[in-house]
Design a protein around this ligand. Structure first.
Ligand code: PLP
Length: 421
């Protein structure tokens, strides 16, 4: 069956035919059946250079042999044990050693769960109710995160989802990333009622926006002065630019951190962790409840251990070099009159159409989404698979070769010439 036929079946089962809205695009998404290294294969056996990489977990590329080996060996023993296992300790130790601010942690099954529990913990620990998040910041799809959010919420025009009780919305205030003044004003107004500030250290769900000057340091300072907690959502940035989190590159230590994606080696995972005294408020030792049937799943842990053990040996500077080569090749070959910007940090990048380098959410939302999707479709025809949305992030993996990056950059510039203004 081809994608069109499969879509007509999946639409009868799932809203929009998909199990996550960001996978949908007009008129129907290409159905995939296999991934290998930097390539993804559709149901018609057409292959694409994959820059979506399952929205971020696959920094080693698809189906890394060591991860597959570890998963095969794990399922010989068990699928899920619902009891503590040594595998949890192994993965926990790797993460604790690599990210010093994570003194204690809990594994969850997704980044959404991780931020949901971290925010409840922040409220439980401080005895305060208000959460400050950034406009366009995406922390998953629970009630406290779906207010002026990013990613698919922007693509589909619902940054603040329906269905969230007003009582909840009133406890979430929204500041502007890279705009200290907006944060200061909120602290002046709500001061001692703010339980936590949560932010992605690099915005990755409104394209890619890097932190300016000492914005993260400023957040550390203002939260400390007000006895609020600082939460870095490193679901995308954890282990992406080195064998550590972005906080250690920026030199800013949050109270709590959330992770996901890479640390599960391609299997469903999330994690929240941080200061010992805060984490000890979690049940069963503390009064803040959190649980999960599949949390710390035996097979996921095996995949995560294998992936991180591989990553520990990888030369991240080579990934940076490849990514920078890709960016330069793109820039050199872009049609001159085209207004575009490649926003890149390490192996994360997005191509913004119709705007110059954005430093804020306000600038990002002026980008030409329609034109981006026209480019996306033409690139699909040419065998290049970008994340389907102007407000998503693309990724380069260790498995992408320099030749493939060069070819892809040339295909992108060719496509833009055709897409025109
Ligand atoms: N936080 C960030 C920064 C994310 O990018 C995402 C997902 O893309 C999440 C949280 C939610 O993670 P998940 O999709 O695993 O629930």
């Amino acid at each position: 069956m081809n994608s069109k036929e499969l879509f007509s079946q999946s639409s009868r089962l799932f809203p929009g035919g998909v199990n996550s809205p960001v996978r949908y695009y007009d008129p129907y998404p290409v159905f995939m059946k296999k991934g290998e290294g930097s390539r993804i294969y559709d149901v018609d056996d057409k292959s694409y250079t994959d820059f979506c990489l399952a929205f971020g977990p696959l920094i080693l590329g698809h189906s890394h042999s060591e991860v597959i080996k570890a998963v095969r060996s794990a399922v010989e023993n068990a699928t899920s044990l619902g009891a503590p296992t040594e595998n949890e300790i192994k993965l926990g130790n790797i993460i604790q050693t690599a990210v010093p601010s994570v003194e204690k942690m809990r594994f969850t099954n997704s980044g959404t769960e991780a931020t949901m529990h971290a925010l409840r913990l922040a409220r439980g620990f401080t005895g305060r109710n208000i959460i400050l998040k950034m406009e366009g910041g995406f922390h998953g799809s629970h009630d406290y995160a779906l207010i002026k959010s990013g990613s698919g919420t922007l693509t589909f025009g619902v940054p603040s989802s329906r269905g969230i009780p007003e009582e909840v919305s009133r406890t979430v205030v929204v500041g502007q990333y890279n705009n200290p003044q907006s944060i200061e004003e909120i602290f002046k107004k709500y001061g001692k009622d703010i339980a936590a500030v949560i932010t992605e250290p690099i915005m990755g769900n409104a394209g890619v926006i890097k932190p300016e000057k000492d914005f993260l340091g400023f957040l550390r300072d203002i939260t400390s002065r007000n006895d609020s907690l600082l939460i870095f959502d490193e679901v995308i940035t954890g282990f992406r630019f080195g064998f550590r989190c972005f906080q250690d590159i920026a030199g800013v230590k949050p109270d709590l951190t959330t992770m996901g994606k890479i640390i599960g080696g391609g299997f469903p995972i999330g994690l929240f962790g941080g200061r010992d005294d805060i984490m000890d408020k979690i049940s069963p030792v503390g009064p803040v409840y959190e649980s999960g049937t599949f949390s710390g799943n035996y097979v996921t842990m095996a995949a995560g251990i294998a992936a991180l053990n591989q990553l520990r040996k990888m030369d991240y500077s080579s990934l940076e070099a490849k990514s920078s080569f890709f960016e330069n090749t793109l820039a050199e070959n872009m049609p001159e009159k085209e207004k575009f910007a490649v926003s890149r940090f390490g192996s994360m990048f997005q191509i913004f159409l119709g705007i110059d380098h954005p430093v804020s959410y306000e600038e990002v939302i002026k980008a030409d989404s329609g034109k981006f999707m026209r480019m996306f479709h033409k690139l699909l025809e040419r065998g290049v698979y970008l994340a389907p949305g102007q407000f998503e992030t693309n990724f380069i993996s260790f498995a992408h070769s320099k030749e493939e990056l060069e070819t892809s950059a040339l295909k992108i510039s060719e496509t833009l010439k055709e897409t025109g203004k």
